[in-house]
Design a protein around this ligand. Structure first.
Ligand code: 4NP
Length: 155
């Protein structure tokens, strides 16, 4: 059975699709499954934002096969690790948790890079392309750490 990791942001069109693509590229597919979801319902069914697609492409990743979906409380049972992009996502996801076990699955993604600092991955939606490139760099660094930990723990 594979280890399942879920990346969560607000719209599931900017940050978490990048996080999904980046982490999936660093993990063996036979042992790990990576998905993403949004706490909001605004963009259900849509492809990632074109600016995320472009940033991913420039870094050798194709994320065009992804489709936005909304986070549901069922995800707590379906996934082993839930990484949220910012503190608001954290609060919104924790609100849906029905047990301590559920809550313990939720981690602020940049705490892997800056432990205990509770730093947000900034929402690039209302900004320019360089905001997406910055988000990519942060996610790439933190996903390096996450992938190494996961491979060590689950092999
Ligand atoms: P994301 O960015 O949470 O990184 O996907 C956003 C996308 C859409 C909106 C907000 C943030 N929106 O308000 O529509």
């Amino acid at each position: 059975m594979s280890v399942k990791i879920l990346m969560v942001c607000l719209g599931n069109i900017c940050r978490s699709p990048l996080a999904e693509g980046i982490l999936a590229s660093k993990l063996p597919k036979d042992k790990f499954f990576v998905d993403s979801a949004g706490t909001g319902a605004y963009h259900i069914g849509k492809q990632p934002d074109q600016r995320s697609v472009l940033t991913a492409q420039r870094n050798g990743l194709d994320i065009t096969n992804q489709k936005a979906r909304q986070f549901t409380s069922r995800d707590f049972d379906d996934f082993d690790y839930i990484y949220v992009m910012d503190n608001t996502n954290y609060d919104d996801v924790i609100q849906l948790a029905k047990s301590e076990n559920h809550k313990n699955k939720v981690h602020l993604i940049l705490n892997e890079l800056f432990p205990g600092d509770n730093v947000d991955v900034p929402d690039p939606y209302y900004g320019l392309q360089n905001g997406f490139d910055m988000v990519y760099e942060m996610l790439d660094e933190t996903c390096d750490i996450i992938s190494k930990k996961l491979i060590e723990k689950h092999s």
